[in-house]
Write a protein that binds this ligand. Structure first.
Ligand code: ADE
Length: 245
């Protein structure tokens, strides 16, 4: 086990927080704790996030390393009992949360882990309706279990497979939630997308664009007919078929 010496965690105070990458105050406030804040830049430069940042969404990216009470910027350690890989330490995550929130009693703090509740559109809608929440990412072998048990309020997985960190899951949650915020998308594209009430929670119908015929592959005739009634019933039928199959 690597030995570590500690520094007084209370030396981090609200007024003297290390620099996070800030966007402006807004209706929904999301904090992401990660070892790779720079990995999120491309996402924040693209729609839908770019469209809502500074208006509907206030996103802050925090680096655990800026808060670690351990020397040399250490944030992880070897697993007790042996085994491969490094585990993100509970004292490091606690120091980061404490420095940013002080008392974080009422805030929803979500640990991203393959053991969590699987993300679906229902959970996305739930999160988009919050005033604020926090995403905790780990790298490699994940969190010390005490993070999930005692510091997080929720554990969320983006699917039944294992990734090497929580950054991609955090981006998945961010993008899925950002799309649900006002102004992220044109109203009509949100209306008929998969899992929306207008498709009774089903999958979206197939979409086509020009050319109408390519290598003999034809766009369904009904979509070229200009008959909006027929187009609408065809799309609903396609959505139902896709959802049931
Ligand atoms: N970290 C590693 N794999 C993950 C997954 N499937 N979902 C959320 N976080 C993870």
């Amino acid at each position: 086990m690597t030995s570590t010496s500690t520094r007084d965690a209370s030396s981090w105070r609200r007024g003297s927080l290390p620099k996070a990458r800030f966007f402006h105050p807004a209706a929904l406030q999301i904090d992401v704790f990660t070892l790779l804040p720079h990995a999120f830049s491309w996402l924040t430069e693209q729609r839908p996030l770019a469209a809502v940042l500074g208006s509907e969404l206030d996103l802050r990216l925090w680096n655990y390393r800026d808060f670690t009470p351990l020397t040399g910027g250490q944030v992880d350690d070897e697993p007790y009992g042996g085994g491969a890989g490094m585990i993100l330490r509970v004292d490091v995550v606690d120091a980061a949360l404490e420095a940013v929130y002080g008392d974080f009693g009422s805030r929803r703090i979500i640990a991203l882990t393959p053991q969590g509740r699987q993300l679906d559109q229902e959970l996305v809608e739930e999160l988009a309706g919050e005033e604020a929440f926090t995403l905790l990412s780990a790298r490699f072998e994940g969190f010390d279990e005490r993070v999930v048990e005692h510091l997080a309020t929720d554990a969320v997985s983006i699917g039944p497979y294992v990734l090497s960190g929580g950054e991609l899951p955090a981006m998945v949650v961010l993008e899925a939630v950002a799309r649900r915020l006002p102004g992220a998308m044109r109203a009509e594209s949100a209306m008929y997308e998969s899992f929306s009430p207008s498709l009774e929670g089903g999958l979206e119908f197939p979409q086509y664009t020009r050319p109408a015929e390519f290598r003999g592959w034809q766009v369904p005739e009904v979509l070229l007919s200009g008959d909006h009634g027929r187009i609408d019933s065809w799309r609903r039928e396609q959505s139902r078929e896709r959802t049931l199959s």
